[in-house]
Design a protein around this ligand. Sequence first.
Ligand SMILES: Nc1ncnc2c1ncn2[C@@H]1O[C@H](COP(=O)(O)OP(=O)(O)OP(=O)(O)O)[C@@H](O)[C@H]1O
Ligand SMILES: [Mg+2]
Length: 288
Amino acid sequence: MADPGFAVEAEGLSFSYTDGTRALHGVDFCLRKGEFTALLASNGSGKTTLIKVLGGLAKPQKGTVRIFGQKLGRIPRLKLYQTLGIVFQNPSDQLFAATVGEDVAFGPRNLGLDPDTVDLRVSEALEALSALHLRERAIHHLSFGEQKRVAIAGVLAMNPSVLILDEPTAGLDPSGEELMVRLLQRLNRNGGLSIVFATHSIDLLPLCADTVCVLNLGTVLCQGSARDVLCNHEMLKLAGLRLPYVTSLLMEMKDLDGVPIEGLPLTVKEARERLLEIIPPEILFKKA
Ligand SMILES: Nc1ncnc2c1ncn2[C@@H]1O[C@H](COP(=O)(O)OP(=O)(O)OP(=O)(O)O)[C@@H](O)[C@H]1O
Ligand SMILES: [Mg+2]
C-alpha cells in the first residue's frame, strides 16, 4: 500500500545483471518526505544498482518502486526528471557542456522554460552549491570537488523534490567532504529536499543523516534512526563496516578501562560532553 508520507518507497526489489550477477535481492527501502537518509554499504553491496532502480534507469526483475505514492513505471519521463534528481558518483558522467553556466542550464532549457527563468534557475542552483563564482568557468578547468558541486547544481536546476546522490563525498579531501555535507544538509533543512546519500564514509553520517539503511550483498540488513544503526557494532561488522571512530574510542574506554560513559557518543561534540560529565573539574585547565 502506498503511504502518503513517503517520497520514495520500494518493496521486494530484486535485480540481476545480464551476466547473472545478482545485485539486489528482496530489498525494501523507504524515504520519508523531507528526510535525509544514508544508504550505507561496503563496496559491491548494491548501492549504485539500487540508485539506478529507484531512478528508473534499471528495471527490477521483481518488486515495485513508488515515488510520492505513484508507481515508477506510470510516471511520465519528463515528470520523473522534475521530481527525482540523480547525481552519479563520477561527475564526468554528468557534465558535458563547455562552461558551468551552459551545463547547469541544459536541463531547465530542455523543459522549454523561458530564458529569464532558465537564468534564475542556474543562479539559484549554483548559489545553493556555493558555486556561483564558477558560472563562466570551463568545465574541464574545474577541480574534482568543484565538478561534483556543479554536477549537483545541474540536477538541482530541475527543481526536484528528491535528490539521490551516489557517493557525493568520494574522492574529496576532508574539508571538501565537510563542505559537501553542509551544503546537502542546508538543501534538506532549508530547501525541504528529501535526500538519499549513498556512502561508506561512516564518520560523516552522524553529522547529517536522520536515518540510515545498511545494505549487505544486495539485501537490507537494517534501516532505522542514525543513532540506533550507527551504534550497532555487530550489525555493522557483518556488513563489512565499523563504528564511527569516536564511538569506537569511547566504547573501548568503557569496555576495556571501565570508564563510566553514559550511552555511546557518535560525534566529537557528544563525546566531549560525556567525558566532561565524568572528568573531575579540579584537573581541568591544570597546566603541566
Ligand atoms: N554492469 C554490471 N554487470 C554485471 N555486474 C555488475 C554490473 N554493475 C555492477 N555489478 C555487480 O553488482 C553488484 C553490486 O554492484 P554496485 O555497483 O551496485 O555496488 P556498490 O555498492 O555501488 O559498490 P561501490 O561501493 O564499489 O560503488 C556487484 O557484485 C557488482 O560486481
Ligand atoms: Mg557504487
